[in-house]
Ligand binder design. Sequence first.
Ligand code: ATP
Length: 314
Amino acid sequence: MSDAIRFEGVVKTYGAKRALDGLDLVVPRGSIFGLIGSNGAGKTTFMSVTAGLVRFNEGRVDVLGGGPFDPVRQRGRLAILPQDAHPPAYARVGSLLEYYAQLQGLGGAAARKAAGDVLQWVNLADRRESPTRSLSHGMLRRFTIAQAFLGDPEIVILDEPMSGLDPVQVDSLRKLIAGRRGAQTIILSSHILSDLELLCDHVAFIENGRLLRQGPISEITRRGSHLGYHLDRAPDVAALSAGLAGVELIWNPAASVLDATYGEPEWTAATLNAALLPRLLAAGVGVLEVSRGSNLEREYLRNAALGPPASSRS
Ligand code: ATP
């Protein structure tokens, strides 16, 4: 996979505030990429710089292999849906989308077709003649998602597309976006990490305008190297560890979870379970659940507590 976006040491200041403080970030082409970070971490600023909407002060930005993105010269190749985007209230759904398609550079018939296609895709074809003010919150969100995907831009950026939606709408939006996997590069942010975990194939953790960590989600959540044993009491970790060379066992009393970290190919999930479960049961410890890999939320909190990698600390 080549890069869709590459940031190297990017700094963006607002007065004295360094919204991006030497950000290094690579978004692989064709990925569904999740941006994770606390309020004020720099996610929206990263999106705005990527879309060429705000200038940066230092560093290198490359979008689609052509340097910083130029929204005029490269129109139609990238679309951004800002947080809480609202279309004009008195426009009609279909004609507004056609107008947006024309702004993307499509001619009359092509714009009409593109508007019809995206309305079909987001299940709003029957609202084509409705004024946008008559749409529910979930429908409005689907309308703005349709707008972002108009004309199939190579990069689509969605800032918190799921916020304020009910679980059914979130599920339907997730399926819509997942259906585009591989066809476009899709970048999205959300504070609901379980949504991102279900949808994204790559994620980045950002704090204070810097990268904490990025990578494929399977790597971040350590699916091939971590098992968690939810137990009904504290085990004797020293006794359990005997003879398990290459396995690190850590008891987490707050969660009542024994975390086991191992390296393949010496150990696999199956061989570690075969070794560990009989020992736990023989010691009279109840095993309530075994889970493979960590989850995104736990890994984000762990990385946020560790801070940026030593090489990027100034
Ligand atoms: P959230 O999750 O709350 O949306 P975020 O990660 O998107 O946050 P940004 O909106 O990128 O964060 O903001 C990064 C920092 O830059 C914050 O400290 C914010 O206050 C500051 N900032 C962003 N835009 C501006 C602006 N136009 N003027 C001044 N400061 C700004």
